[in-house]
Design a protein around this ligand. Structure first.
Ligand code: URA
Ligand code: SF4
Length: 257
């Protein structure tokens, strides 16, 4: 496979080394030391499941589907509609410019996100930021076409980083749906199976859904691996890179159509 110098530089940003000889390719099959360390750090049960006292559950606020950004943000901040509210330090609403062309949907806040109130600020977030940088994208200040808005499928941290449960996903979903409706992104990147379940209503594995352009209410949507999965399976990073390139193409096609 011929890589241009620019592509190699981009892939390096993502932590992917491109190998030109079969020996080097064989070496690439084993993760580099820094990733091995990440794999080890990510795998043990990091902490016991939170033993927070159960809080009384409230109803989800009414009228989410007509809220503007400030109301929606407030509604999430005060939400007690599922039991994840009892273990959170704070809700994690989303980050990025409200006119961003790209929208990225992840899973749920982890420990760092719960502490800082911003999605993807831990290890997965570093990888995500590198991947985005490789495409010239940022969650920070930039022209709208270079910006991403990042949100999660659920806004409160599941205790011990367990998977969100179906009832929690269902309770939280209207917030994400409203975020998408307000943002009107030109491309959606759904990372991992919970984002996919929520947005595409599909339980097919990521491996079968990636590699083609889906639609979410008329917006092109590309499915890719979750960064936490990529930290454990770095051999799939090149597929994730292909997905990002596909998303960029889909956006360009959608914009000029
Ligand atoms: N993983 C996610 O899916 N979202 C975050 O915000 C952090 C890690
Ligand atoms: Fe509300 Fe979502 Fe938090 Fe559950 S996860 S309490 S539905 S904001």
């Amino acid at each position: 496979m011929g890589w241009s110098e620019r592509q190699v530089a981009m892939l390096a940003e993502m932590g992917i080394r491109v190998w030109s000889t079969p020996e080097a390719a064989a070496e690439a099959a084993s993760p580099p030391p820094e990733l091995r360390a990440a794999v080890v750090a990510a795998s043990p049960q990091r902490e016991a499941a939170g033993a927070a006292a159960p809080a009384a559950l409230g109803a989800r606020p009414l009228g989410i589907d007509t809220m503007g950004w400030p109301e929606l943000r407030e509604a999430v901040a005060g939400c007690t509609a599922c039991k994840l509210c009892s273990g959170r330090t704070q809700t994690v609403f989303g980050v990025g410019n409200e006119r961003a062309h790209w929208m990225i949907v992840g899973e749920a806040p982890g420990e760092q996100e719960d502490q800082q109130g911003e999605p993807f600020v831990g290890k997965s977030g570093q990888l995500l930021d590198n991947m985005l940088r490789a495409l010239g994208l940022t969650r920070g200040d930039a022209p709208a076409d270079q910006q991403v808005y990042i949100a999660n499928t659920v806004k409160c941290r599941p205790p011990g980083n367990r998977n969100p449960e179906p009832a929690e996903l269902a309770q939280c979903e209207p917030f994400l749906i409203r975020q998408i409706a307000l943002l009107q992104p030109r491309i959606i990147l759904a990372m991992g199976r919970f984002a996919v379940q929520s947005l595409l209503r599909s339980t097919e594995p990521i491996g079968r859904l990636r590699g083609r352009v889906h639609q979410y209410q008329g917006v092109p949507l590309v499915v890719t691996y979750h960064p936490a999965y990529l930290l454990r399976n770095p051999e799939d990073k090149s597929r994730a890179w292909d997905d990002l390139c596909l998303a960029r193409e889909a956006l360009q096609a959608h914009t000029t159509a």
